[in-house]
Design a protein. Structure first.
Length: 286
């Protein structure tokens, strides 16, 4: 493959066009590690979707391209991946730099707000998105899915993964403070814009209403303290609980008690963290 990647197509932004947890170096690194922890599950999901060599795929909310590069390898030099994200200042430049280093020329980047982003009807073979729709107002998600279904060519595939019950995050042995942490995170993501952190529950019905044939699978990830994978929830809590306190979503006393408890649990190999169930939904165009 060549070394040239297509230039950004830039779309206008509005006040709601921002990722809830920001685009700091620390957050992008956290997302990178989260992707690594979920690699096996994501590869199985892509396999079930059945994306093909030579196809045109859309990666919604691509960020720095953690899955974009997997999609680019799937479609090969004869195919194309349209990588769409609202962060054109940090995420997409990182994606382009990495694509250049990997000699991938089949990626087009677009800076756009997913609330309004659109493509021509029957112009792509597949759409992929993971942990993206939860950060959009719920009514905008419904509209976006309707548009996505129209983008698909006959036989095209829409593959989406979102949280479906965030309140089911759990630590064993049980933490009395974790339910309050979960509620604070839900309130922070919901904000005042009507986002739904558990939008995964609605995806099967939304894709079916858009005329797609729907397949679902629910996946739960458990990680053990003292292992490398423990860094996934560890970074989430250590990075974001102070922000939740500062913004008034969580009492400082609860945060301090939980983090002290978490510090002790992190040294115990018999402690497990169970993440939120993930709804994996595949919608196929007839």
């Amino acid at each position: 493959m060549g070394e040239k990647i297509k230039n950004d197509t830039v779309a206008s932004k509005n006040g709601t066009d921002k990722y809830r947890f920001g685009y700091t170096h620390e957050e992008l690194e956290r997302l990178k590690y989260q992707h690594q922890v979920w690699t096996k599950e994501n590869q199985r999901f892509l396999s079930r979707a059945g994306f093909r060599t030579g196809g045109t795929l859309v990666d919604l909310g691509c960020g720095p391209g953690y899955t974009t590069f997997d999609l680019a390898q799937i479609v090969g030099s004869e195919g194309k991946v349209i990588a769409v994200d609202r962060d054109g200042e940090r995420s997409l430049p990182l994606l382009k730099a990495q694509a250049k280093s990997l000699c991938l020329s089949n990626i087009e980047t677009i800076t756009a707000n997913l609330e309004t982003f659109d493509l021509q009807e029957e112009s792509v073979d597949g759409v992929y998105g993971r942990w993206v729709l939860m950060y959009l107002p719920e009514e905008k998600v419904r509209s976006l899915i309707g548009r996505m279904a129209k983008w698909l060519r006959p036989g095209g595939v829409c593959a989406l993964t979102e949280l479906c019950n965030f309140r089911h995050i759990y630590v064993h042995p049980k933490s009395q403070h974790l339910p309050e942490i979960a509620e604070a995170l839900i309130k922070a993501v919901t904000g005042g814009s009507g986002c739904n952190p558990e939008i995964g529950n609605d995806l099967p019905g939304l894709l079916r209403s858009a005329g797609l044939n729907v397949e679902i699978k629910v996946t739960v990830k458990a990680v053990r303290a003292t292992t490398q994978e423990w860094l996934w929830p560890d970074a989430l809590f250590r990075d974001h609980l102070p922000v939740l306190v500062k913004e008034g979503f969580l009492a400082n006393s609860v945060s301090e008690k939980f983090l002290a408890e978490w510090e002790a649990r992190s040294k115990d190999p018999d402690t497990f963290f169970f993440g939120s169930p993930m709804m994996e939904v595949i919608g196929r165009h007839p």
